[in-house]
Design a protein around this ligand. Structure first.
Ligand SMILES: [Mg+2]
Length: 240
């Protein structure tokens, strides 16, 4: 892809609640599986193989239904088109299945330069998928913005040395202290990308792709604000 002069930033988007709105009913999924609580993917790891396979089929059915009825969030099209026009690579990082991502992408004509779903290994809040996407996009984590609506997005971003941007809504303000930047609309991501992409380049030793933590984003010209205190999770209801 041809990048605009001075722009070597990238943006990784969460899917549900960030680019789209879906109606996944996590309580219904847990009730149908039975005997689990908390984040579903983690809970399934404690099941034996046959129970886990049955549970994953339940999750997949709910996800597919939600994907087919998903709606594109306000500004998502405008922001994705603007980033593409500016030559800024984009990726999607979701704990959903690849099949449900494909359904959503086809429904809303979404295109990304890289994508990562739960079939690809570790999921958020691990920083590993963020680092893997930085690797795929050939962009330093310190040049990368992760936009999401849930605390797992923020933790994955900060663990990777990327900029954690919280898309705030009426439900997630408690997560703001773990974000580097809080936005109310997706369009607010565009000036952040412009600032990050035109900042002095990170040191050469950190530009390359290995899964190492890059320099703090503050080094690249974006003020991350005060260090965020650790917080207790609320009930995770925004991702499987
Ligand atoms: Mg989300």
């Amino acid at each position: 892809m041809t990048r605009a002069p001075g722009s070597d930033a990238a943006v990784i988007f969460d899917l549900d609640g960030t680019l789209t709105t879906s109606e996944l009913d996590f309580d219904a999924i847990r009730a149908e599986i039975g005997g689990i609580e908390g984040p579903i993917l983690e809970a399934l790891q404690a099941l034996d193989e046959s129970a886990r396979l049955r549970a994953m089929a339940i999750v997949a059915r709910h996800e597919e239904h939600a994907a087919r009825s998903s709606r594109l969030n306000p500004d998502a099209r405008e922001v994705l088109d603007a980033l593409r026009a500016a030559g800024v690579p984009t990726a999607v990082l979701t704990r959903n299945s690849r099949a449900s991502l494909r359904t959503v992408a086809a429904l809303h004509a979404l295109f990304f330069d890289a994508e990562r779903t739960r079939e690809d290994g570790e999921t958020k809040p691990s920083p590993t998928p963020v680092l893997a996407l930085c690797d795929a996009l050939d962009v330093a984590p310190a040049r990368t913005i992760v936009v999401g609506d849930y605390v797992f997005d923020l933790r994955a971003a900060r663990g990777a040395g990327a900029l954690a941007v919280l898309l705030r809504d009426e439900h997630n303000a408690d997560f703001a202290p773990e974000a580097d930047v809080v936005v109310e609309r997706l369009t607010e991501v565009l000036p952040i990308v412009a600032r990050l992409g035109s900042a002095p380049a990170p040191r050469p030793s950190t530009r390359r792709r290995s899964f190492r933590r890059g320099p703090r984003v503050a080094d690249a010209g974006v003020d991350r604000g005060s260090p965020a205190p650790a917080r207790t999770d609320r009930a995770p209801e925004e991702c499987p």
